[in-house]
Ligand binder design. Structure first.
Ligand code: C5P
Length: 352
């Protein structure tokens, strides 16, 4: 039976979203920016590991709940801020209840909070009938956080500037992923600040571009070029991780990983494998050594988009989301996003 159809045959009001995780296949930090952030060149990759996010229509308030004790229910939660920002931007008075079931490790550099926020933007854009789509949501996404715009797109993508200017890469990377959560998060801001101590600012970063050209030529060793400039700073910030990371890396390399790396600012560490058999062995070896490890797979942009097309079709049938509709007095029309536009430029991610 269609998940979107309830026992009474009427579509339910609750929306069920998959909010996927990412890893950074490579990350170069070029230097500090005027806005306090850092200029990056990074290669993002969505993976199948996901949180479940449910949205329920509410007349006014915006609230959240999560089964993970470290995820706050208020404005400190990026998903709540995403709903507030969109509501304010559109000038609506409607509310929403956000229920998050966490599977993505918290504070692990896997983009869980950013992904939850992007999922809320994409879904509410649809059920609130705003029609902003990818290009209309992008400025809101980047206000929420540097990683949020990537989750509007998904797949394998190059991230420039603060990481918020994202471009899809062809061909997309496909493979098996094993992720280890060493059990202690690190502060992203602290890792970036520490990174400044050893940083020699430069205009451009050659590594990711070299990777892209070698990968386009089909060279299997291209992944060896990639590294994460935040790794040393992350390990200084959390010295107890350093020993664990060497141990984890040893197991991943032994089982044939094409790439082993910290994700983002950590603390998750992952291996990318060509074959399921290799990933299975690495996973069970890590579990045997007492690590918390999960197996996953890369999720290409096409598959990411298809997943969203299905989800947003369900959202289009959902009932009960039009309460307070006449509260619309927003400013997005003035900013060139006419209400009711049916598709995002190019991507058509918001409409089937
Ligand atoms: O944008 P977001 O809130 O996810 O970033 C968290 C912190 O990471 C920022 O406050 C900043 O200190 C650091 N950061 C940075 N340069 C980037 C991205 C993040 O310095 N490109």
């Amino acid at each position: 039976m269609d998940r979107a159809v309830s026992g009474s045959g009427r579509p339910p009001s609750v929306l069920r979203l998959r909010s996927y995780a990412k890893v950074n296949l490579g990350l170069e930090v070029l230097g500090p920016r005027q806005d306090g952030y850092h200029e990056l060149r990074t290669l993002f990759q969505t993976i199948e590991l996901h949180d479940d996010v449910e949205l329920r229509p509410r007349r006014a308030g915006i609230s959240a709940r999560c089964d993970h004790p470290d995820v706050p229910p208020d404005e400190r939660n990026l998903a709540v801020r995403a709903a507030q920002l969109l509501r304010e931007y559109a000038g609506l008075r409607r509310g929403v209840e956000i229920v998050i079931t966490k599977r993505i490790p918290v504070g692990g550099g896997l983009g869980g909070g950013s992904s939850n926020a992007a999922a809320v933007l994409l879904a509410l854009d649809r059920v609130w009938g705003l029609g902003l789509g990818f290009d209309g949501l992008h400025p809101l996404a980047r206000r929420l956080g540097a990683d949020v715009p990537f989750f509007l797109l998904g797949g394998t993508a190059l991230g420039l500037a603060r990481g918020d200017e994202v471009y899809p890469l062809r061909p997309q990377v496909e493979g098996e992923v094993v992720i280890v959560d060493p059990g202690r998060g690190v502060s992203t801001a602290a890792v970036f600040t520490r990174c400044d101590d050893t940083l020699t600012p430069r205009e451009n970063g050659p590594t990711i571009f070299r990777f892209v050209s070698r990968y386009l030529e089909g060279k299997g060793d291209a992944f060896r070029l990639l590294s994460n400039d935040l790794e040393a700073a992350a390990l200084e910030e959390a010295p107890d991780l350093a020993g664990k990371v060497n141990h984890i890396q040893g197991i991943l390399v032994r089982e044939g990983a094409l790439l082993t790396s910290l994700s983002g600012s950590g603390s998750s560490y992952f291996g990318l494998f060509r074959e399921a058999r290799q990933a299975r062995r690495a996973h069970s070896a890590l579990l045997d050594e007492g690590f918390r490890a999960v197996r996953s797979r890369t999720l290409t942009m096409d598959r990411y988009r298809k997943s969203w097309v299905r989800t947003l079709a369900q959202a289009g049938r959902a009932r009960g989301w039009d309460q307070g509709r006449n509260g619309h007095h927003g400013n997005h029309g003035r900013q060139g996003h006419p209400r009711g536009r049916r598709e995002a430029q190019g991507l058509r991610i918001d409409r089937v």
